[in-house]
Design a binder for this molecule. Structure first.
Ligand code: 5AD
Ligand code: SF4
Length: 488
């Protein structure tokens, strides 16, 4: 049975005129059912379907949450649109660095004139930023037109809040400071038909001293492996061939479950799901990436040849202050082990420059690790103090000009190394999943290799979602131009 049919069957069994059901899953269905009638009536009055737009900031977890938000909106009767000039707009926010906050406030500011034009328009804001009290207060004071505010822990109550906002025309704000619940099987509208993220766990218990995630996403909670496998099977049945297992710290998966299993075991099980051709995961923590996991990746060709391994800093002194629980040499040894065991693997990383107390010698250490590990790619971030984290209170915050000098040096090393690594693949034929039409170059499509590299090749929309042998011809640093290799 398709997931849509299953949903309709479950919804039909709920008494929409009766009282609110007590279990969370049925309760959300109950409100979706009630919204259907209300949104259909409003659409009829307007003489057109009401539209809804989701604006997403931040990581893959947020992207997945937005697929759930839009899934609920569609099932409630809204027509999805990319345009913010919609009847309902929801901002799903990120607060990992200050520039994410600033971007959200900028977008929110611009929406106010749309709301003046369309007085029936409703605006909502949710996600990590809303777990910070100061941000909620700022939204209520500076953007009083916002109708609905909620956080990360109560996202599964979205349908209920949406109903309250439309039924009563009142403003709703509800933020929880924690949850221990995982509500399964709510509707999802996937952005891509052929690939999907799957949450395997929520929250983080690591408390790296710069990071706000443990405060806004709460304590680690793992999903039951049977639920995860069932979701994989349903996705495969719906035509998905590539999945990405998502968690802030996937190596901790399984702790606290009734029958604890490790992430390596879960990955192995997921590889067995028929129809799934590629499995990715994001993000492991270097401190507890096990040899078992390396072995599972090595022995399962379905697991993508890509490990994203956040370094953050190459200096032992800074790593300690960051509360990362590994040293420079331990990190290098781990990366070498991964390269040794898994030929063709790409290792990518995250690096922060400008952590409190960081000196030019510390940056030298980071540059040294980049050169020795030869990362295939890296995201480099300028340290951003986050309120409430230990690092924000540390003395010796680094002046901006010193940070910039270090940042430029790190970025240059990353780019040089990435180019050298990419160039090694020139001339090879590798399997690429055709993901989308190339927006810059007409007549081209964009493929992703197992190692996460992008190759642009001539092709049309009929290829999207297929796997093709692609020849890597012209290296452009982080990506290639090439051709689909015709069968002989
Ligand atoms: N400042 C800068 N970068 C940060 N990250 C997390 N917190 C901060 C911060 N306060 C980066 C880390 C992490 C990535 C997702 O974001 O590198 O791996
Ligand atoms: Fe933040 Fe560290 Fe947890 Fe990653 S592992 S989410 S950097 S606290």
């Amino acid at each position: 049975m398709s997931s849509d049919t299953q949903f309709e069957k479950e919804l039909a069994a709920i008494d929409l005129l009766g009282p609110e059901p007590s279990d969370e899953h049925s309760r959300e269905l109950y409100y979706i059912g009630k919204l259907r009638k209300l949104i259909a009536d409003r659409s009829q009055a307007a003489g057109r379907p009401l539209t809804a737009c989701t604006v997403t900031f931040g990581c893959q977890m947020n992207a997945r949450d937005s697929e759930k938000l839009i899934g609920i909106l569609i099932k409630s009767g809204f027509a999805p649109t990319e345009s913010e000039d919609a009847d309902f707009v929801i901002f799903n926010t990120c607060t990992v660095r200050d520039n994410a906050d600033q971007r959200t406030f900028g977008r929110l500011g611009r929406i106010s004139h749309l709301k003046k034009k369309n007085p029936h328009m409703k605006v909502a804001i949710c996600g990590c930023m809303m777990q910070e009290k100061g941000n909620v207060e700022k939204v209520r004071k500076s953007y009083p037109f916002v109708d609905l505010i909620f956080g990360t822990h109560n996202i599964y109550r979205f349908a209920q809040y949406l109903w309250e906002v439309y039924d009563t025309d009142r403003k709703v704000t509800e933020i929880w400071d924690k949850t221990d619940k995982i509500v399964e099987n709510l509707p999802v509208e996937r952005k891509y038909p052929y690939k999907s993220g799957i949450n395997i766990m929520f929250g983080c218990d690591n408390f790296c001293s710069y990071c706000i995630v443990p405060y806004v996403r709460g304590r680690e909670r793992s999903r039951d492996p049977r639920e995860i496998l069932r979701e994989c099977e349903n996705l495969a049945r719906d035509g998905v061939t590539e999945i990405m297992l998502l968690g802030q710290n996937v190596n901790s998966y399984g702790k606290g479950l009734e029958n604890p299993i490790s992430f390596a075991q879960l990955l192995e099980e997921v590889c067995k799901v028929e129809g799934i051709r590629r499995v990715r995961f994001m993000t492991p923590h270097p401190k507890d990436l096990s040899y078992d996991l390396i072995r599972v990746i090595r022995d399962n060709p379905k697991v993508a040849r890509h490990v994203h391994l956040p370094l953050q800093s190459g200096s032992d002194r800074i790593l300690k202050k960051m509360n990362r629980h590994y040293t420079k040499e331990q990190f290098i040894a781990l990366a070498q082990k991964i390269r040794e065991e898994i030929p063709d693997v790409a290792i990518t990383t995250d690096i922060i420059v400008g952590f409190p107390g960081e000196t030019a010698q510390d940056v030298d250490d980071t540059v040294d690790v980049i050169k020795r590990v030869q990362f295939d790619n890296a995201y480099t971030f300028i340290y951003s103090p986050r309120r409430g984290t230990p690092a924000a209170k540390m003395p010796d915050q680094v002046p901006a000009d010193v940070v910039k000098e270090g940042f430029d040096r790190v970025l240059l090393t990353v780019q040089e190394n990435a180019r050298t690594r990419s160039a090694l693949l020139e001339g090879r034929v590798m399997e690429g999943l055709v993901e989308e039409l190339n927006s810059q170059k007409e007549g081209y499509v964009t493929c992703r290799l197992s190692n996460n590299m992008i190759v642009h090749v001539p092709g049309d929309a009929s290829l999207i979602g297929t796997y093709q042998p692609v020849r890597l011809e012209e290296c452009r640093g982080f990506y290639y131009f090439g051709h689909i290799e015709k069968e002989a």
